[in-house]
Design a protein around this ligand. Sequence first.
Ligand code: GLU
Length: 452
Amino acid sequence: MPATVRFAPSPTGHIHVGNARTALFNWLFILREGGRFLLRFDDTDRERSREEYAEAIDRDLRWLGIAPHETFRQSERLDRYETAADRLRASGRLYACYETPEELDRKRKARLRRGLPPVYDRAALALTAEQKRALEAEGRRPHWRFLLETGGPPELAWDDLFRGRQRVDLASLSDPVLVREDGSFTYTLPSVVDDIDRAVSHVIRGDDHVTNTGVQIALFAALGAAPPVFGHHNLLLDASGEGLSKRSGAQSVASYRDAGYEALAVAILAVRTGTSDAAEPVADLAALAASFDPRRVSHGGARFDTAELDALNARILHGLPYDDAAPRLQAIGADGGEAFWLAVRGNCTRLRDAADWRRVVRGPVAASPAPPEDEPVIAAALAALPPEPWDRSTWGPWTDAVKAATGRKGRALFMPIRRALTGLDHGPELAALLPLIGRTDTQARLAASLRR
Ligand code: GLU
């Protein structure tokens, strides 16, 4: 059976690179194994969920190269969760509780004082129908807990794709609240119902969900379904070792896109940080998928380093073929043909830097007049200018002639010419720029730098 995976963000903010890591691990899994990728918006929190964030998440995923096969929202499926809750109530696995948060807190503290694990004591299981009526007459409304185990072995285990064999002792967990006092659902039940209804075969997510997995496996069983395969990957941290947060907006995928980074650079680093694979350029996500192995992902949190992103981005651009760059160069008015791109790509750390080099090639450049000691070089360069056509081979003989006329060599020869032609001390190889600038402009720029 082909695999089905899902990425399930809450649309309460922009996704950050840590969320992108989860989405990409799911996507790479599908690229390797074949199957379907579902985008599920966990939007049962109506207060904080916003459609504009859902749209932004979809846009961010597509920018990264992820094209979901299907998108759906939990808010459209509330009737399915109600049905599942009723089923659990009927089988005695979902029971009404009436404790207030303060009462629960007191119970927790009392258990801790007695050296007991601070789990819920299931007192509500013993309530009679009459007692419940009395509590409701007081104005209390029930919240609903899932009875985690029913006398079977309290230990659950699964083979985690990333972490190997995992065990959870259900006796160490409180029966989780599935339905709140106001009738809304916590994350747990909708997630399991969706995974069952959509036949999700592999749940790949951050290791902050490891403790939920025991509960969820018990819930799959209580709803008569086999659990999917689970995989929990380590989380990304920021440069100072803090967890990433959707709310802060830092390290958001959108911020990297807006800053002009290559989607592939962000994807490679989001995937390879905290693994034993080096973050180096690969051709595309398929190549990333081919080398992806969950067992090579380390277990601790891993720092996402923006400095590393800069370096990786530059390396990707340095090898980016013209055909891939051309439409994007056109979009920013920086397309100067293949020779132009090949000349400047090595000097771009972001693709948009090409626009600066395009301006340098087209002119006018703001070069200051050559200092008196460099004037002979410029004058000789002017005198030795060969006729067109020009190509990369024009540079050598031309500068040889300037060298012969002035006795200058190396930096003392090239720097005055570079400054006169580009207004800068650094930049792409002049041999490649010269034919792009052309004879007319070269002559004008050299002449201008002699004027003071
Ligand atoms: N909405 C949950 C989250 O963003 C989904 C967790 C899951 O993949 O099950 O953490």
